[in-house]
Design a protein around this ligand. Sequence first.
Ligand code: C2E
Ligand code: MG
Ligand code: MG
Length: 400
Amino acid sequence: MNTLLIDDDPLALKLLTRQLERVGCVGVLHCERAEEAMTLLKTRSEAIGLVFCDLQMPGIDGVEFVRHLAGIGYSGSLVLVSGEDGRILKAVAKLARAHRIHVLGMLQKPIKNEQLSEVLASHAARKVVPWRAAQGEFEPAELERAIAGDELVIHYQPKVALAGGALIGVESLVRWNHPQAGLVYPDRFITLAEDHGLIDALTLAVLAAALRQSRRWRDAGLDLQVAVNVSMDNLASLDLPDSVAQLASEIGVEPSRLVLEVTESRLMKDVRAPLDVLTRLRLKGVSLSIDDFGTGHSSLAQLRDIPFDELKLDRSFVHGAAGDTSLGAIIEATLAMARQLGMKTVAEGVEDQSDLDYLRAHGCDVAQGYFIARPMPGADLVGWRVAWESRRRELMAIAA
Ligand code: C2E
Ligand code: MG
Ligand code: MG
């Protein structure tokens, strides 16, 4: 695999090439313009596994280059190089990761040999992933068949009370068990469903499966609140509240055991249908949660307008909050506001003990995250709960 360097400064290119060769890197290619690099990547994509890119360049700059890399589905690693302020480097790294590009490191000029060796060592340790298909990897007709057939699988992630640790509910997360691609995560097909008029069918399929599972748990003595994600596009159908109520009554689950988590991924242009649908769902006893709060369009305007009764703090604010003053300030302010509005608060993305302790100390109601449990098949939940019952005593430091 080759390494590609991009920097408008020929001297910097020469220097970095020499440094890389000195630490044992072979096959180093270089370009003075990002445009040139793009052409090279398009034609020799599978030959390039590592890219070093300078941020400040005339023509296409580092930020635009990252966007292009994402557009062609680049699956190698990226090292960002800059003489600029470290916060700019961090922001570009964040952007690249948001595009699902593997960022190996950020290097500030002048680059030290030790830093390079470190970056190359972690590059060598990374397992090579196959060239990922760019946009449009699945056909809408395929997804339509999957929804109608039995290719959708729901995994459930526990939600536990921060006071005491009791299991109080689960979130239903859809996966597509694709005959060739294997288990496919929702970020690879929800937008496809939204763009091709399949999201209503998908949501109803998930709802029905989750309600049936909830009924099975109740019959096994486990009374849980079941959350299902709904897309903003679902809220354009004025008959959604009736479909939900009918489904719940057919399956024999109280609407009050159901939570709908709403993520607003795009701006709500006309508020009439969503407001109508969400208010009627609340009248029928269904709980409404504002998901990914603090990101995208999940914002204060939605809190003002829509009768949400649960607020889910986005995971980007949660993990590491104990050691980060900006995150801490955002969480504390959000929890205080939710409390004043009489809303229940749920933190997602709880990844370690310090996240858990921090949230508990600040009065958040419910926690969800890998530290508690990964999403799992419905049949595994009863067994997980038995193990959790002993673990939670330790975690929550309560007398047994
Ligand atoms: P979400 O509703 O915010 O769901 C939480 C996501 O965070 C899930 O990803 C979950 O696996 C992941 N997660 C849970 N705990 C942790 C943690 O501790 N750390 C980290 N880093 N991540 C954690 P998943 O299953 O890939 O779902 C992604 C998104 O897809 C969901 O985000 C939701 O917006 C959407 N989605 C999932 N199922 C459905 C569905 O049935 N319908 C619709 N419309 N959207 C869905
Ligand atoms: Mg959710
Ligand atoms: Mg979320």
